[in-house]
Design a protein around this ligand. Structure first.
Ligand code: PLP
Length: 375
């Protein structure tokens, strides 16, 4: 029985051509991009070429796209770096979406330690930002608003242009965590209306441990990592040339689509699951093309995931805590689900390359697992 990987939102396998593009930079090409000699210049050229590819897809200037060590680091830089730049300013509030990734939400205690007031922007049952509450929250003392482009757990695509307009109305900066959407279809930093955008390589078939950030010209987050002054003095440290080259190679293989049209395996899976389990997000909300999020009332996600793993299906749920067992999902709690319900959500996330038959076979195994647990 072949395994079915339905956890593309957690990470994707390397896209075709990525390992080959990276290989020279793990072997014969070993220069430090800060060195002035030929080896160093070759590394610098490779990084520049990658930056061309990434900034073009982001629709920004070459110098506005910086490399980091992960999406997590980019989001930390966007939020904490901005706060540190404005420690003495009059803008003392930061607004964070309730269903954000932990790399955004866990900046809260640090922001508070430095005297900022952090407020949560609620989401509705579909994990969609409540624009009316945001409208009430924004004001002249807001420094930064952070709302993700699409939710990594349930897949909801957020009305980021509206969020950006509300942030701009009071002169606040807007950070958008676009880790789940970059490279999946075409948008630009401008169309999001963002001043800072976080992205990551490994969700689109690039290597793990490489992130990127769009920092609009004129916006200056204070670096969180200091040293050699790399990346326009915003992120020190010798660049991961192989990883950066791999990021650009992965992006080059991902198609420029107009919107988030459903992937074949996800559509087939969803169709086969009709009438089984409860859809966390109804059809009428825009969602990520590979995502299907379901709850099976009375069955804890952990129980189902362990059985599915044994049956050759890899899927996932909310955040795993350090013991390896599952906590209630903070996203489902933010949507208004109870603690018990928030332990029942299972995320199936498919890749674009997976075929409809794979989605249908995954559904058959899920149905078998659910009936075995209920028996
Ligand atoms: N933001 C979102 C929405 C994500 O899904 C992830 C990864 O799970 C991250 C940020 C963190 O990215 P990275 O794994 O590169 O640190």
């Amino acid at each position: 029985m072949s395994r079915i990987y339905a956890d593309y939102a957690a990470t994707a396998p390397l896209a075709p051509g990525v390992a080959a593009a990276m290989a020279p930079w793990l072997g014969p090409e070993f220069g430090n991009a800060s060195s002035l000699h030929a080896e160093g210049r070759a590394a610098r050229d490779a990084i520049d070429q990658a930056r061309e590819v990434l900034s073009a897809r982001m629709g920004c200037l070459f110098a506005e796209f910086l490399f980091t060590g992960s999406g997590t680091e980019s989001a930390n830089l966007a939020i904490l770096g901005t706060a540190f730049t404005h420690l003495q300013g009059s803008r003392r509030r930061v607004l964070l979406g309730a269903a954000e990734h932990h790399c955004v939400l866990h900046t809260r205690p640090i922001l508070e330690k430095f005297g900022f007031q952090v407020q949560t922007i609620p989401v509705d049952r579909n994990a969609c930002i409540d624009l009316t509450t945001l409208d009430d929250l924004v004001g002249e003392d807001v420094l930064l608003v952070s709302v993700m482009h699409a939710n990594n757990e349930v897949g909801t695509i957020q009305p980021v242009a509206e969020v950006a307009a509300l942030a701009a109305r009071c002169g606040a900066l807007f950070h958008c965590d676009a880790v789940q959407t970059f490279g999946r279809w075409s948008w630009s930093a401008d169309s999001l209306g963002a001043d800072l955008v976080t992205v990551s390589a490994h969700k689109i078939g690039g290597p793990k441990g490489v992130g990127g950030i769009f920092v609009k010209a004129g916006v200056k987050p204070q670096p969180l990592i200091v040293g050699g002054g790399q990346e326009r003095e915003m992120r020190a440290g010798t660049e991961n040339v192989a990883g950066i080259v791999g990021f650009a190679a992965a992006l080059a293989t991902s198609p420029e689509r107009q919107g988030p049209s459903g992937f074949p395996a996800a559509l087939a899976f969803e169709a086969a699951m009709t009438g089984h389990g409860e859809k966390t997000i109804p059809h009428d909300v825009d969602k990520l093309p590979g995502h299907v999020h379901l709850r099976f009332p009375g069955i804890q996600a952990e129980t189902l995931l362990i059985r599915l793993d044994r049956m050759g299906v890899s899927a996932s749920a909310g955040a795993a805590c350090s013991s390896g067992s599952l906590e209630s999902s903070h996203v489902l709690l933010a949507c208004g689900y109870t603690e018990a319900e928030a332990r029942e959500g299972v995320r199936f996330s498919f890749g674009e390359v997976q075929r409809a038959e794979t989605g249908a076979e995954a559904a058959a195994r899920v149905l078998e697992a659910v009936s075995a647990i209920r028996a």
